[in-house]
Ligand binder design. Sequence first.
Ligand SMILES: [Fe+2]
Length: 318
Amino acid sequence: MITVQDVTWVRIAAPDLDLMETFLEDFGMLRAARTATRLYMRGRGGEPFVHVTELGDPRPIGFGLRAGSALDLAALARKFNTSVQPRTEPGGGDEVVIQDPDGNRIEVVCGLAGSNQASSRAPFKFNPAADRARPGGTIRVKTAPSQVQRLGHVMLRTAQFDVLRAFYTGMFGMRISDNYYMGTADNTIASFLHCGLKQQLVDHHTIAIVGDGHTGFEHIAFEVLDLDDLMSGNRHLMAQNRWKHSWGVGRHIEGSQIFDYWRDPFGNKIEHWTDGDLVNDEYVAGNVEFNPMQCLAQWGPPPTADFMGQNSPPQESR
Ligand SMILES: [Fe+2]
């Protein structure tokens, strides 16, 4: 089994790098590098970049997965009858590039050099009634872009749900955290997958898959510093008066994240989140009936038409 530890970056195409950079700065990323045809944006979590835009017609391209080890990468190369190649983008390292059954480009990488050029503020401590943690301290939140830390997960749309899920569980040992079903309990329409690393605690989902008959990214999701940072970013994005809010702020159920969804200027749904669940392979998978008014959030406003895809731009069909 080839293991992966995390998702590193997303790669999409868009026709205006300046506009994308302006949005992503407001969203809370920092420029890592830029060429005539590529924009690399990073967070503050040490990755060389977390989001890359290639100049072109808007479309999702793919994402990076961090291999469990160099041995995993070599095993993947053998499996696909290819070779491990040195990377030429920021952070260097090695990669094996493959495609999943939907044609999403997957760059499986290891040996990336980190980036430590920007620090984050210290997390605020809360004073809950039964556990005062901020004696004598204050909280002062500025309205400013969120401090994006890292890419947390990618949710994929697909017209071949079983095939795509079997690829991620079979090829990379990803494990089901929770499912949504419609009608009967065996009619699974979406799965949240975590990296299967035995006892090691990982995000509740690194890849999620929804069988909605389309192809591409349903959304991409970036972890921010904490709740105040998420709200600060929400206020900042709202204040620009030019970016489209999709849904939030609320708290999800599967994964428990506090979320806030936006649209980038090219219609891609992009999430800020914080305070997600950590699971390992002992987590007992749940199976929940999909009712969007009940299963998507435990608090927050009801899901919007935009979030549910009723106003979203056409997605690429492969
Ligand atoms: Fe998400």
